[in-house]
Write a protein that binds this ligand. Structure first.
Ligand code: AHR
Length: 561
């Protein structure tokens, strides 16, 4: 994957670093005294001080109660969405190897990757970017002759456009996911975007529909989600909120989905660009867009507001993705928990203008963003994925689930070979990351009904960092089965959890647990099973379940009655 540095992508990296440091201050100091997180940490700390007066075993036991009689909102399966940008080896090599490749494939798409993605029931994939989307011109990626262009955002490499609309829709079909297309607002036109949607979705015999037919797909495609621009405040064109709003309204009006099957309930949902942080610049953006939404007329609409938030600690990303210790483990997890405040801050603004929560908060870029792997092209954003990322993923998915009434979609960045990936590939080799396994374990939460869990998290302290020691969510699936996910953040001590269930007579639990020997344990092509889930079970006694969770672990169990 190593490539010679050249001027074009050095400039691209330089530009990206500059904008990060100017506008995306690290979240390190964002948790101010008085915030809900700090208050709960202080409360937990107090409890810990009291608890040190009693034997250690008692101090470590955590009481958790699940109230099945008070179901909450649906945990939308789209919270488990993926993001695949034309970036590094995310699409080319990760998904697309071409029909002539020796790597087993179906119409150019890797069979191994399709098999494992099907197993995590990917609900939707966001494509083609990211920053790439605002320079993407769809016509260059259709038909027998593809236009070869450049990818100036990501390494300045050649973009062969061999993976285009037909290939993306075929890939979705193979994995069973829905399309989340990001249209080019930055350097494209409303006409270009509206013709793309006509090409994709019309059932009428227009010239564009005939072209789609000639390219192998007579039937209209389904496009479930439409992203109107990407980070339009930055790489998407550096727009002010007002300028973006005027553009977004035009795209919302004219970029239509003509698929006859999507005219009523399965309508395409339009997602506007939203904030990229918690500072005033971002709250002002959310205010402006939501205020406009409040008085929108029949001629335009939006169904979602996008939010991007990476766990970086500081820009440029400098934390190692492997070969780190407990300090970096604690710092990254502290930073990632700020997602909670960010979701609440923007949700509060949305509540002012949309109390009925018609507009979803769509966290369509999130995850750990670390230093590029030594020897890799820095523009390719290649990083390893450790047990720390599994814990990070669980904590974020839990935050989204707890706000499921507003957060109805999220897309981890990115699916393969880029940032916090599910899958790493190297030519014919493929390895599944610890994050992949969290997604696999959490499959029962897709479209399940949130069930409230109350607990005193306790604390885990390392140096001057104190974090909640455990985290948990629960949900009932469509068949009525109760699922419980518990994360033990503490990398040194196991956690004994006593579970009480109101409204249910639990006899036992069974499921899987994911842990490993070190905070930076990773799966590699040579050792692909260092971090894989192991079976887990526990029985009830006197109506209570007692679970012993390994240090730094994520556990998912079904409750048996
Ligand atoms: O995921 C990598 C990049 O991060 C995306 O292209 C962009 O939207 C964000 O800044």
């Amino acid at each position: 994957m190593a490539q010679k540095l050249d001027f074009r992508y050095l400039r691209a990296i330089q530009y990206r670093i500059l904008r990060r440091s100017q506008f995306r201050r690290p979240f390190l100091f964002a948790v101010q005294a008085g915030s809900p997180l700090v208050r709960s940490l202080l409360a937990s700390l107090t409890l810990l001080v009291v608890a040190t007066a009693v034997p250690v075993a008692t101090a470590q036991k955590i009481q958790l109660s699940v109230d099945v009689s008070k179901p909450g909102p649906k945990i939308d399966r789209n919270l488990f969405g993926q993001f695949a940008e034309h970036l590094g080896h995310g699409v080319y090599e990760g998904v697309w190897v071409g029909p002539e490749s020796k790597i087993p494939n179906t119409r150019g798409i890797r069979n191994d990757v399709v098999t494992v993605l099907k197993a995590i029931k990917v609900p939707n994939v966001r494509w083609p970017g990211g920053c790439f989307a605002d320079e993407y011109h769809w016509r260059k990626g259709i038909g027998p002759q593809r236009t070869v262009t450049l990818n100036p955002n990501w390494g300045g490499v050649i973009e062969p456009n061999t993976f285009g609309t037909t290939e993306f829709m075929d890939f979705l079909d193979q994995i069973g996911a829905e399309a989340y297309l990001s249209v080019n607002v930055g350097s494209g036109t409303p006409q270009e975007a509206s013709e793309w949607l006509e090409y994709l979705t019309t059932a009428q015999p227009t010239t564009l529909a005939k072209e789609r037919d000639a390219n192998g797909h007579p039937a209209p495609y389904k496009v479930a989600f439409l992203g109107i621009g990407n980070e339009s405040w930055d790489c998407g064109g550096n727009m002010t909120p007002d300028y973006y709003l005027s553009q977004m309204k035009i795209y919302s009006r004219f970029v239509r989905n003509f698929n006859p099957a999507q005219q009523d309930k399965r309508q395409m949902l339009k997602i506007a660009v939203g904030p990229g942080g918690g500072e005033p610049r971002w709250t002002e953006w959310t205010e402006a867009v939501m205020k406009a939404y409040q008085s929108h007329t029949w001629s335009w609409d939006m169904n979602g507001l996008s939010m991007h938030s990476y766990t970086v600690v500081k820009w440029p990303p400098s934390y190692a993705s492997v070969g780190f210790g407990e300090t970096e483990y604690a710092q990254i997890l502290k930073s990632t928990l700020e997602m909670n405040d960010l979701v609440e801050k923007h949700s509060a603004i949305m509540d002012k203008y949309d109390p009925q929560k018609k507009v979803a908060l769509v966290v369509d870029e999130w995850g750990g963003w670390y230093a590029p792997l030594p020897g890799s092209n820095p523009g390719f954003l290649a990083q390893q994925n450790s047990l720390r990322d599994a814990v990070l993923a669980a904590l974020n998915l839990n935050i989204f689930a707890r706000h499921a009434d507003r957060v109805r979609m999220a897309n981890i960045a990115q699916m393969i070979n880029v940032l916090q990936a599910m899958i790493l590939t190297d030519k014919e080799k493929m390895v599944l990351t610890p994050t992949y396994y969290v997604y696999k374990m959490y499959v029962p939460f897709q479209d399940a009904t949130f069930v409230p869990v109350s607990f005193d998290a306790g604390t885990y302290t390392h140096g001057d960092i104190t974090l909640p020691r455990v985290d948990a969510i629960a949900a009932k699936d469509k068949a009525g089965k109760l699922w419980l996910a518990i994360t033990n953040v503490d990398p040194n001590q196991s956690a004994e959890i006593e579970v009480t269930l109101a409204g249910m007579n639990a006899k036992s639990v069974a499921g899987e647990t994911l842990s490993a020997s070190k905070v930076d344990s990773v799966n590699t092509f040579d050792a692909p099973t260092a971090v894989v889930p192991k079976t887990f079970s526990a029985k009830a006694q006197d109506g209570k379940l007692t679970l012993k969770l390994a240090p730094k672990s994520v556990t998912m169990v079904a409750v048996e009655q």
